[in-house]
Structure formats: C-alpha cells, structure tokens
Design a protein around this ligand. Structure first.
Ligand SMILES: *Cc1c(COP(=O)(O)O)cnc(C)c1O
Length: 373
C-alpha cells in the first residue's frame, strides 16, 4: 500500500493522458500552448472565479501574488505557524518579515482570535508595516474565511489564500478560489489535483491583479517579453502539465467524492480511539490528507510501520521552530496549539483508489495499538 497511489489513477485515464501528451508533442508549443488557456478556462468555470493564471508551482503562485502587492523589506505578512514551508518562505524570500499566528485545535487552521490579537500587536510596532494575511486551508479544510475577511477589511490588509491543499473544497457552498483577494493553489503530484511535475495557479476576480500576475509570470512583460515593465519570474505552467491536468479534471469530482467516503469511513471506525478530523459544518474538505490526533501518535505510527502500512507526520517541526525563520515575528516563541499538534498528529492514506479492505487493515492496526497503549 502506498500513501499516495498514482498507478490506479493512471490505469483509469492513462490512455487519455498519453493521447493528450501526443497532441502537445505534435504541435510543440511547449510554453503557453493552447492547452494552458483551455485549462485556465476549465478552472475558472469549475471555481466560478473570473481569472485563473496557471503557474509553475504552488510556491510560485504564492510568490507572484505577493509580488503583485509589491511586498518587500519593511513589510510584514501573517501566516499560520502550522503549515508547509512555502506559505512563509515566499514572504521572507521577498525580504519581508513573516508573522506567525497559532492555529485552532480542531480545524488546524489559523485561529481568528489569535489573529486579531497578533494584528494589534504588529500594528503597535514601528519597525514593520503589516500588509496582509496568508491563511491556509490545511489538509484541505477551508479556514474561517468570513472572520478573516472581516479582520482584513477592518485593518486594510490583503488576503492571499493559500489553497495549496484545498483545491476542490467548498466553504459556504462556494469553491475555494473565491475567498482571498487572490488564491494560490498547487498541482504538485500528491495534491488532490496533481500533475506529472510541478504546477500551480492563481485565482482572482480582480482584472487588474490578474493582468499584473500574467506580467510577473513572464519576466514582467508589458506588450511583449522584450518590453519589461516590472521585475518578474519564469512562473509559467508547462503546456504538457496543462494537458495532463485537463484530463484529470474529468474525473476530479468523482475522486473528491471517494475521498469524502473514505474520510467518513475512517471517522466512523476511529472516533472511539483517536480524535478524527472534524471540518466545520459550513465546509467540505478536499481531504488532501486525513489527519488524526492522539497522545499515542508515536505508538500508532510504529504499529503501522510494523505492518508495512503507510502514514505521515505533517508537520513534526512547525515553521516557528525552524532555524530559517529565527527572525520571523513569533519565530522561536511558544505556540501552544501548534506545539502540541506537532506531537499528536498523524496523517493516514486517503487517495481515492484505496479499497475498503485496505482501510479495514489500517483501522484494525490503529484500534489495536490504541487499546494496547
Ligand atoms: C504544497 C503546498 C504549497 C506549495 O506548492 P508547490 O506546488 O509544491 O510549490 C504551498 N502551500 C501549501 C499549504 C502546500 O501544501
């Protein structure tokens, strides 16, 4: 059993993907070929967002969004302490200061009360100017976007939603992609919608921001790439990856539904022995990973390993504890919930091609490990 199994999906749509790749090999427009525009339209329709700009990776999508706001030295941007490194990395890469905020113990997403308090604390400093917030929909479950929006509007901050794990999720009946001034997602192979390499996208309803992102994505181009109106990057999604993603979009809803089924199956079987994930009732998670909490985490993981069953720890060493973020605001400080989660979380396989028999195997080992502990 694998944590993420891409073989089963390939067996289902491999022929379609080979055909799509062959078409790109025939026309050879490897950079911004027609498949890129097709995918962007597909994503716009799927999410109900006006502009989608595909990107070379989820990290580039975040980076370009920050660049569009001209974030730089002297600026501070808020991120949760419990997330993948990319969320805060891009802030510091641009010379700005990440500000870490602790997360909620149930959703694992940025805690709105801690966020409000941190905004006030950073506003009181005169060494940095607070510019924006990067909330993360961790493990596929949307953050409390309504409350984050209120706080951002009240304090005149931008929101760049990090949907690196939550493409396909919904919040109050709307798809992720609609909740920040911009949203960045990732198509890394292990994400809910993954390509065969690196990929990502920026979503926005704002035509002015969309135009700036398109320019940044191609060396800050104006009317052409030889007319450089700003500093940009090589941030484009390959045509081949776009072609592959378009094939995968056809089965994506079906895959999301199976992920939901698996999550329900796990929760039903495990809730008596561990704390299962519990997305708020106004959210539908994309179930990028299924993450339980238990004080016996290490014993459970050891048992799974003994039975050669896959599991993963996201994240054993949270960002505010990483040496790279020593100079961030909140770096090296206690973050009570994040610090506890780091010792208690365990992610179980949830790719859509797991069988119920495989789930039963995992569940049996966990139940037994908990009873023993
Ligand atoms: C995966 C991920 C990213 C970055 O995506 P890449 O495509 O790997 O660059 C950003 N944020 C979060 C929360 C992620 O999980």
């Amino acid at each position: 059993m694998k944590f993420v199994d891409l073989d089963a999906q390939f067996a289902l749509i491999g022929e379609d993907i080979r055909y799509a790749i062959d078409r790109v090999l025939a026309h050879k427009q490897f950079i911004l070929g027609p498949e890129v525009a097709t995918l962007e339209e597909q994503l716009q329709d799927y999410c109900g967002v006006r502009h989608v700009i595909s990107a070379a990776s989820g990290t580039d999508a975040l980076l370009m969004a920050l660049m569009a706001y001209e974030v730089g030295p002297g600026d501070a941007v808020i991120a949760p302490s419990f997330t993948f490194v990319a969320t805060a990395e891009v802030i510091q890469l641009l010379g700005a200061t990440p500000v870490f905020v602790d997360v909620d113990a149930t959703t694992f997403n940025i805690d709105p009360e801690a966020l409000a308090a941190t905004i006030d604390r950073v506003h009181a400093r005169n060494d940095v100017q607070l510019r924006g917030i990067i909330p993360v929909d961790l493990f596929g479950t949307p953050a409390n976007h309504a409350r984050i929006r209120e706080l951002a509007d009240h304090h005149d901050l931008f929101i760049i939603a990090d949907a690196g794990q939550s493409f396909g999720a919904t919040y109050r009946e709307q798809r992720v992609g609609n909740f920040g001034d911009m949203t960045a997602t990732s198509f890394f192979p292990a994400k809910p919608l993954g390509c065969y390499g690196d990929g990502g996208a920026v979503f926005t309803d704002d035509p002015a921001l969309a135009e700036i992102i398109e320019s940044i994505r191609f060396h800050g181009k104006g009317t052409s790439q030889y007319d450089n109106v700003r500093i940009g990057v090589t941030g484009r999604l390959d045509t081949l990856q776009a072609a592959i993603l378009s094939c995968k979009m056809k089965i994506f809803d079906q895959e999301l539904a199976r992920r939901q089924e698996i999550a329900d199956y796990y929760t039903d079987a495990l809730q008596a022995v561990v704390q299962p994930p519990a997305p708020p009732s106004d959210c539908r998670s994309s179930w990028s990973v299924y993450t339980i909490r238990s004080p016996q985490r290490d014993a459970i993981r050891a048992s799974l390993q003994q039975h050669k069953l896959p599991s993963a720890i996201y994240y054993a060493s949270p960002l505010h504890r990483q040496p790279a973020f020593n100079h961030a605001i909140g770096g090296g400080c206690a973050m009570a919930v994040t610090d506890l989660l780091a010792t208690e979380v365990l992610s179980l396989p949830i790719h859509p091609y797991l069988t119920n028999a495989e789930l039963d195997q995992i569940i049996a080992v966990i139940v037994k490990a908990c009873k023993r502990a």
